[in-house]
Write a protein that binds this ligand. Structure first.
Ligand SMILES: *[C@@H]1O[C@H](CO)[C@@H](O)[C@H](O)[C@H]1NC(C)=O
Ligand SMILES: *[C@@H]1O[C@H](CO)[C@@H](O)[C@H](O)[C@H]1NC(C)=O
Length: 421
């Protein structure tokens, strides 16, 4: 456990030091210590950027840009149809996918055709759109703030509250306007569900734009969270934020070349260090050996982590400490200024009138059964609750699980087809 933390911290330190270490890792990669039993395909996929990766598998790919009311410029991706389904009806239903913490649109694509959700939906006749939250690799732009400003983290002063309250409405409106539709299916994973619940309770007028909400590994309440890293760090949330702010640090885990190099050198098939990579993931997201395909490490690390703000983490630690699903706690004085009260208001889940379906797993440390149960009871229009029929299924398996298609996506797609308008 201690070693895992040391490994993680050193990844962050190495990652933040950039080039000198990158050369060092590259040297290691070239050396024979780590062997060379790696499939060309995995290595190629790890190095391709998203548009090229999708086009390599003969799927159409479009990149759109959407500006939010507060000036963030978001990259929104689209796979408008499947490989051979150009002749399907023009009037496809829209599926809008929103990623989790540390991830980006790429996570719905990295596992490749037949396994990754974005491709499966495209083949099933959906017009697939993928959002990217502010601050992630594809949305790291702003009309006048600089994400890389030295000693000034103004760009990064947001948590998932703003992603839900501002980014999601802007992206959803853009997609509906572009496709001429009045409503879409929303699929979220982890933070992609948190942000939805924030949006649909703060801006209830958006509920009517949602045909169905498919919430995979849903995260609202974190009272029973058993992620050890979060548990250790949470009590220090406010101090950590103050320290980061003083140092001008607003961003954590930005996408860097170094992760790709780590993936290819330390986590690939044949590397003696591969089990450390897998154990680190299990440590954070729950252990499940039989759904984990370690061969895919280089591709995963070629696209993630994709960057978050310090406040996204702090906001989750606040949920763990206060055991409620509340807006960001800015501290007593700022709360009074922003919310007109000393403590932040709770998100009113009863205002969520969109039909919500929860897909959750028994071995998910970040979406505990009790927390999911409370969420379901408090939602305005809960439509169904689906426990993944696999006792070990854990958090990351919703994206990367070998059998995610049969265990989760089939149910999601069946419901979406039943609820089409
Ligand atoms: C940081 O940048 C913002 C936007 O450019 C500016 O308004 C603010 O005064 C700056 N803060 C500091 C401490 O320089
Ligand atoms: C794991 O990924 C590799 C590379 O994509 C693939 O060849 C292999 O079939 C996958 N294994 C399983 C069990 O799905």
């Amino acid at each position: 456990m201690f070693l895992d933390i040391v490994f993680m911290v050193s990844i962050v330190l190495v990652a933040d030091a950039r080039s000198p270490h990158a050369d060092f890792v590259d040297e290691l990669a070239k050396s024979h210590v780590f062997g060379n039993r790696i499939s060309d395909n995995v290595m190629e996929d790890a190095l391709l950027d998203l548009p090229d990766l999708v086009r390599k598998y003969n799927y159409p790919f479009e990149e759109h840009f959407v500006a939010t009311e507060d000036g963030y410029i978001l990259g929104v991706h689209r796979i408008p149809h499947g490989r051979d389904s150009k002749n399907l009806p023009e009037n496809k239903p829209v599926a809008f996918l929103m990623h989790g913490l540390l991830c980006s649109s790429a996570e719905y694509i990295t596992m490749g055709p037949g396994t990754a959700l974005a491709y499966i939906l495209a083949e099933e006749g959906f017009d697939v759109w993928l959002g990217n939250a502010r601050g992630t690799y594809y949305s790291r732009r702003h009309t006048n703030l600089n994400p890389d400003a030295r000693f000034n983290s103004t760009y990064w002063k947001f948590s998932w509250d703003e992603i839900g309250n501002k980014d999601l409405p802007s992206m959803i409106d853009y997609v509906l306007d572009y496709t001429g539709k009045s409503a879409l299916h929303y699929i979220g994973m982890s933070q992609g569900t948190t942000t939805f619940f924030a949006m649909a309770s703060l801006r209830p007028e958006y509920n009517k734009k949602i045909i169905s909400m498919q919430a995979m590994a849903p995260v609202a309440y974190l009272a029973y969270n058993s992620n050890p890293l979060f548990l250790v760090l949470s009590p220090y949330g406010r101090e950590l934020e103050k320290l980061a702010s003083l140092l001008g640090i607003g961003e954590l885990f930005p996408r860097r070349e170094i992760y790709t190099l780590l993936g290819k050198s330390f986590c690939a098939d044949g590397a003696i260090t591969q089990p450390i990579c897998s154990n680190l993931l299990f440590y954070i997201a729950g252990r499940n050996d039989d759904q984990h395909n370690a061969t895919m490490w280089p591709v995963k690390l070629g696209h993630a982590p994709a960057g978050i703000s310090v406040r996204q983490l702090i906001h989750y630690s606040q949920s763990i400490i206060n055991k409620e699903f509340r807006r960001y706690d800015h501290g007593f004085l700022n709360n009074i200024e922003i919310y007109g009260r000393a403590t932040p208001p709770s998100y009113d889940l009863s205002k969520i009138s969109a039909p919500v379906f929860l897909h959750y797993a028994a071995n998910d440390p970040l979406a505990h059964l009790n927390d999911v149960g409370r969420l379901y009871r408090e939602l305005g229009n809960p439509m169904g609750k689906f426990l993944v029929p696999h006792p070990e299924f854990s958090h990351a398996d919703f994206l990367f699980g070998i059998d995610a298609n049969t265990l989760v996506y089939n149910t999601v797609i069946r419901i979406m087809k039943q609820h089409d308008i």
